[in-house]
Design a binder for this molecule. Structure first.
Ligand code: BES
Ligand code: ZN
Length: 866
């Protein structure tokens, strides 16, 4: 195990040497794989007299420098690699290593998933395959020769274009793949095995033909068509929106079952978690279909934002991830509904990133230091990173943003750069100096805008006071005010927006201000009546708003900004719940406003379902200084029941009007119908009445669509346990051989708010379908339990102890998955004394475990430091 070592951005230096070409030969066999690597080395720093090559977890067999075989005295072995004396401007190094993919449980480097050999090299997996300068600013061409048994591995894939194949003796064959475009080692990939596939072609804007293929376990081919359609849409979209064309002759995607992450953008050979490829109506939910479309797009878009222009070092991760998430969000908005996409993206930002930013592991989107880079593929780097790009997009507007992106591509194609270079390109088109804006890259935590307004009827003026309240960072340091675009509407009594005329506000375009000061007092003139405030429209900046003067029912019904209609309903529900938790009666005005939405037949159904969704437990918990999960859960159930009771007839009518048990189409209308009907059913089920429960059971039985079946199953599990037993059994026996559906089954049970979840989760670990070594199953069962506030925070403390046991166990073979799990303890600083003591014992137990990985250690120590 490597000693924990903090790496600082300020210490970054260019590599002394670079590698310009890399010829690899893999001989793949059961048991072990032999890797023969011939590298051309070029010295960059003339003072350098030795070269360090990264390498871990492998056997070094032979090593040559310029055809001289080196013995142990001629180079040095270090904990994390080897050092070879080298005083020349160019050299050739050849190294033969042996690696053991079958024993690779960390799923980094070359490993086996099912029977398939595959790789995962981002960020630092390549050093587990061969010795190399494994850092993203060393870019080189790779040629990969793969030799394997033809019966066991009829399919052998590498990066780039296939340039040769041959049949060998002993039942072996070989394939040679050549990637002519220089790339960092983290984008290297290899796949070998017996796989099924589907094929298609895409003709690029300049008329070039690209062969597309998706590989999967045999038998799953028919489930790949949605992914293939998504890929073609993504390729067309990047041409239309950014003028970016694909650059190789082939684009291959491989779906594997064991994968630490969602998917990986390896050049010309994406490797995907099968969850983000395989889907058909009988096995995938509407959410799964949308997720596949967006992840396929995300990895495809990396070809330009990540692969051709890559990161100089891992501190710059948001350069590729934040930007690519922004691009995939825009793509999904164009393919589906702009408004619903925005609502979902903001929901996810708040539920994941805002929580992270308020807790012990908060960091800027461009971190300044880390111990384990794998811990920094976070909601902050990704989702807040995307919001920061979105603010630039709002500032520049569509056309200038596109021009700035063109500048970025023109200047930095083929290079490894940082966010400074990206911001330089943005600055060339920006009407505003971006110096202050850059604080979004270096500061952490979510600012709150405290807003108040005063209307002067005589002068027909509105004064809007905006105070930025910026929490101290994790080191207790004061932080400076941000610059950001701020969408606002001053809404008249009929719901129309008044024209914004201001002597002192900076107006970017109609409805969008530019705010820079810690305190702003903005004046708006010719305001003929006291306006309603609609603030941070379309969520123009990733901030929290505090304002006591919002007319929620009015905005819910009338705001011209769809996002703020949702926002008003969301915040109104939160405030209603909080007043209930203070012991007040349920606010009748909220109930009434909810009814107005429910009765509005003109609303698009998916959007209506969003407006009728109550805040999650997680959302409510974020706002508590000391967590009280029970209080949140209880008030939510009381409110649900009250709404269901009040609107029972309408809900039943709505449901029967829109429910289509035999429709599985995934167009917007069909998905909207299902979402709304499931939402209404969810409210009704809280009444725990027999006829409604029977209706729910029937839905489970008759629906052909997985979204409807799963929603019904979930509601039965929570509200009608006596009926759930049969349905759950049925589900299990029908789908036990489909691992993606078993993930849903485990996740549903581990997320249940009923009592006894812990015991059930413990039992389910022994289920023959469950396997600790498969990350999807761990996330489904253990991860869902850890994210189930009712079960995890159980006052006995047994939830904490169980998750701690799992962290320790899983850390023994897959540190990346273990460190994801340990994040469950992030609320340590916000518990009652009793709960804190119990959690503290578990955290100490993890921390003191011998051989703990740096991945888990880094997170646990941050949590304990609060
Ligand atoms: N480059 C990442 C995959 C990755 C993540 C590799 C962490 C190594 C460590 C990929 O582009 C990615 O971001 N994947 C996401 C899905 C995406 C749609 C946000 C993932 O895997 O979760
Ligand atoms: Zn990515």
């Amino acid at each position: 195990m490597k000693q924990p070592q903090t790496i600082h951005f300020r210490d970054y230096q260019q590599s002394d040497f670079t590698i310009t070409s890399c010829l690899l030969e893999f001989i793949i066999d059961n048991g072990s794989t032999r890797v023969d690597n011939v590298m051309t080395i070029v010295r960059q720093n003339l003072n350098a007299k030795e070269i360090h090559l990264d390498g871990e977890m492998m056997d070094l067999e032979l090593l040559w420098l310029n055809d001289v075989l080196l013995n142990e005295e001629m180079y040095r072995r270090e904990e994390d690699g080897i050092v070879i004396p080298l005083d020349a401007d160019t050299a050739q190094i050849r190294v033969i290593t042996r690696i053991y993919p079958d024993e690779n449980t960390a799923l980094e480097g070359l490993y086996r998933s099912g029977g398939i050999w595959c790789t995962q090299n981002e960020p630092e997996g390549f050093r587990r395959i061969t010795y190399f300068i494994d850092r993203p600013d060393v870019m080189c061409t790779f040629t990969t020769k793969i030799i394997a048994n033809k019966a066991m591995c009829p399919i052998v894939l590498g990066n780039g274009n296939l340039v040769g194949t041959a049949t060998l003796e002993n039942g072996k064959h070989l394939a040679i793949w050549d990637d002519p475009i220089p790339k960092p080692s983290y984008l290297f990939a290899l796949v070998a095995g017996d796989l099924g596939s589907i094929h298609d072609v895409f003709i690029t804007m300049s008329g070039k033909k690209v062969d597309l293929a998706i590989y999967c376990d045999r038998g799953n081919e028919e489930k790949c068509h949605h992914a293939m359609r998504s890929l073609k849409k993504s390729m067309a979209w990047d041409e239309e929106t950014y003028g970016r064309e694909y650059d190789l002759d082939v684009y291959n995607i491989v779906a594997v079952d064991s994968f630490n992450m969602g998917a990986m953008e390896n050049k010309g050979l994406n490797i995907f978690n099968s969850h983000y490829v395989l889907a058909d109506e009988t096995s995938a939910t509407d959410g799964d279909f949308m997720g596949i479309e967006s992840v396929i797009a995300h990895e495809y878009f990396h070809n330009w934002t990540g692969n051709r222009i890559t990161c100089r070092n891992w501190f710059e991760l948001t350069l590729k991830e934040g930007l690519t998430v922004f691009r995939d969000q825009c793509f999904s908005a164009d393919m589906n509904s702009r408004l619903n996409q925005r609502i979902d993206d903001v929901k996810s930002l708040r539920e994941r990133q805002f929580v992270e930013d308020a807790g012990p592991t908060a960091h800027p989107i461009k971190p300044q230091q880390f111990i384990e880079i794998n811990n920094f593929y976070t909601a902050t780097v990704y989702e807040k990173g995307a919001e920061v790009i979105r603010m630039l997009h709002t500032l520049l507007g569509e056309d200038k943003f596109r021009r700035a992106m063109d500048m970025y591509f023109d200047h930095f194609d083929g290079k490894a750069v940082g966010t400074e270079e990206f911001l330089w390109a943005m600055q060339t088109q920006s009407p505003i100096d971006l110096t202050q804006f850059k604080r979004w890259y270096s500061q952490e935590r979510t600012p709150t805008l405290k807003i108040s307004s005063h209307y002067d009827e005589v002068g027909q003026r509105l004064t809007l006071k905006i105070v930025q309240s910026i929490p101290k960072d994790t080191h207790g340091r004061e932080q400076l005010p941000y610059a950001f675009p701020f969408g606002i509407g001053l809404v008249d009594g009929y719901g129309s927006d008044m024209i914004l005329k201001s002597p002192n506000a900076m107006l970017l375009h109609e409805g969008v201000l530019w705010i820079e000061n810690g305190v702003s007092e903005l004046i708006f003139e010719e305001i003929t009546m006291a306006p309603r405030l609609s603030l941070n429209r379309n969520f123009s900046a990733p901030v929290k708003i505090e304002c006591a003067q919002i007319d929620y029912p009015f905005l819910m019904a009338h705001d011209t900004d769809g996002f703020n209609r949702y926002e008003a309903s969301h915040v109104y529900a939160i405030e209603t719940l909080e007043s209930m938790m203070r012991g007040e009666a349920i606010n009748p005005l909220f109930i009434e406003a909810f009814g107005v939405i429910l009765n509005d037949a003109s609303l698009e159904m998916m959007f209506k379902a969003q407006l009728l969704t109550l805040p999650s437990i997680n959302t409510m918990m974020q706002r508590q200084e000391i967590l009280d999960v029970e209080a949140v859960h209880t008030s939510l159930e009381v409110l649900k029941k009250h709404l269901a009771h009040t609107y029972k007839e309408i809900l039943i009518r709505e449901i029967s009007a829109i429910y289509e048990p035999k429709n599985s189409a995934i167009d917007a209308l069909s998905m909207g119908r299902r979402a709304l009907s499931n939402r209404c059913l969810g409210l009704l089920m809280s009444l725990e009445s027999d006829p409604i429960s029977m209706m729910c059971l029937n839905r489970y039985r008759e629906s052909v669509n997985m979204s409807s079946r799963l929603a019904a199953l979930d509601l039965l599990e929570i509200y009608a346990p006596h009926l759930a037993v049969e349905a759950l059994n049925d589900f299990y026996h029908q789908h036990r051989d489909q691992t993606l559906l078993m993930n849903k089954y485990f996740s549903l049970l581990a997320s249940s708010y009923r009592g006894g979840v812990l015991e059930r989760v413990k039992e389910l670990q022994a289920d023959e379908v469950y396997d600790n070594k498969v990350p999807n199953l761990v996330r489904a069962l253990i991860g869902s339990f850890a994210r189930n506030p009712v079960a995890f925070y159980d006052e006995s403390g047994k939830g904490f102890a169980f998750v701690a046991d799992k962290v320790i166990e899983i850390d023994g073979f897959n540190p990346q998955i273990a460190s994801g799990l340990v994040g469950a303890f992030k609320n340590y600083g916000r518990l009652t004394i009793d709960q804190k003591t119990k959690m503290g014992i578990e955290l100490e137990r993890i921390k003191n475990h011998p051989n703990l990985s740096n991945n888990v250690r880094e997170i646990v120590e941050k949590i304990l430091a609060v």
